[in-house]
Design a protein around this ligand. Structure first.
Ligand code: NAP
Length: 315
């Protein structure tokens, strides 16, 4: 406790139309705390900070608290900031209602490709009636890059739909109904098998630009890329070139190097690219607030807290 009257003070930074909703939800969940909206000139003491898309201007305030809670699973906004002191725990959201949304999006994308819907959309525009042979599901391998909280849920959902699932992570993992790979060699072994590959990796120095001409060229002819994680994982001009060359079948993209996607970006009108505006896993107020409030209470009691970011790994 840092305030003179002994009460817990929490700094909340949320820019956007829902700011009032977040403030009220935290005030209800943590009635013992004073929730203070961030203002640039407030240099008073806080116990915790809760932030959504922080920028370097927040760094000084965040450096003075015991723990920073990020209202998202990815902590890449912090990559461009002066680093937080090691004594400040950086905590991310774990699932909090996002895993189910990610699984819905991935299932839609995979079923869409497997059942030839992009082909039928083209045929409808051309007024052609051309039923395709059913693809063999037992050889329709789907790759899930990233086997964390979200990737594991996506992998389980796709396995439940009957697809053979291959998964890739940094360290070796054993997951039921998923054939797992790890490390650079593992990626090169996995990609040539995947009819659809789904990115669910964090954006770190090790994953930036990972999906480039070299790696995407390992996919089989006509494969699809689905990116639900971060735009920076993909070298966007390489993707466009591989689609234009007919090497890849298509891409379903929820995230981009620059967001919102610039008006003149080639993705907007590319016939083999489908885009959504960073909505595959939205942060939901109630589950996110309940999770953060629970972690603050655990921290106050000296209990262990999950979701603490490893500063070396950067996720
Ligand atoms: P997580 O639990 O931290 O899992 C990350 C996974 O990626 C782990 O399996 C990890 O491997 C793997 N990984 C990390 N670096 C790697 C590398 N260099 N090589 C191979 N594998 C690597 O994260 P999460 O909660 O599942 O979230 C994943 C990402 O989804 C977030 O970071 C965020 O960027 C994105 N996201 C997007 C949206 C959206 O709306 N589009 C919403 C939420 C999250 P290990 O298992 O070996 O650690």
């Amino acid at each position: 406790m840092s305030d003179s009257d002994g009460g817990m003070r929490i700094l909340l930074h949320y820019r956007g139309p829902a700011a009032g909703e977040w403030h009220d939800a935290f005030a209800r969940a943590l009635p013992e705390a004073e929730i203070v909206a961030w203002t640039p000139r407030d240099a008073s003491a806080f116990d915790y900070a809760i932030v959504y898309k922080p920028t370097p201007e927040h760094a000084a305030a965040l450096a003075r608290v015991k723990a920073v809670f990020n209202l998202g699973a990815g902590i890449d906004p912090f990559l461009g900031m002066p680093s937080l002191p090691a004594s400040v725990a950086l905590v991310r959201l774990e699932d909090a209602g996002m895993a189910e949304q990610m699984a819905e999006y991935a299932a839609y994308a995979v079923l869409r490709v497997f059942r030839d819907f992009p082909h039928y959309a083209d045929e409808q525009r051309a007024r052609r009636w051309s039923p395709q042979r059913r693809a063999d599901k037992s050889t329709f391998f789907v790759g899930v890059l990233g086997l964390g909280v979200l990737g594991q849920r996506v992998a389980a959902t796709l396995a439940g739909l009957g697809f053979p699932v291959l998964g890739w992570s940094r360290g070796a993992r054993a997951i039921e109904r998923v054939t797992t790979f790890s490390g650079a060699e593992g990626l090169r072994a996995l990609l040539p098998q995947c009819r659809v590959v789904i990115a669910l990796l964090p954006h770190t120095p090790a994953t930036a630009g990972l999906l480039n001409r070299d790696t995407l060229s390992l996919l089989p002819q006509g494969a699809w890329l689905v990116n639900q994680a971060r735009g920076a994982l993909v070298v966007e001009p390489d993707l466009v070139a591989l689609l234009d060359e007919g090497r890849l079948g298509g891409a379903m993209l929820d995230v981009f190097v620059e967001e919102p996607l610039p008006a003149d970006h080639p993705f907007w009108h590319h016939p083999r690219i489908e885009i959504t505006p960073h909505v595959s896993g939205l942060t939901l107020v109630e589950p996110a607030v309940a999770q953060v409030a629970g972690k603050i209470r655990a921290f106050e009691r000296g209990l262990p807290m999950t979701g603490v970011v490893d500063r070396e790994r950067r996720y």
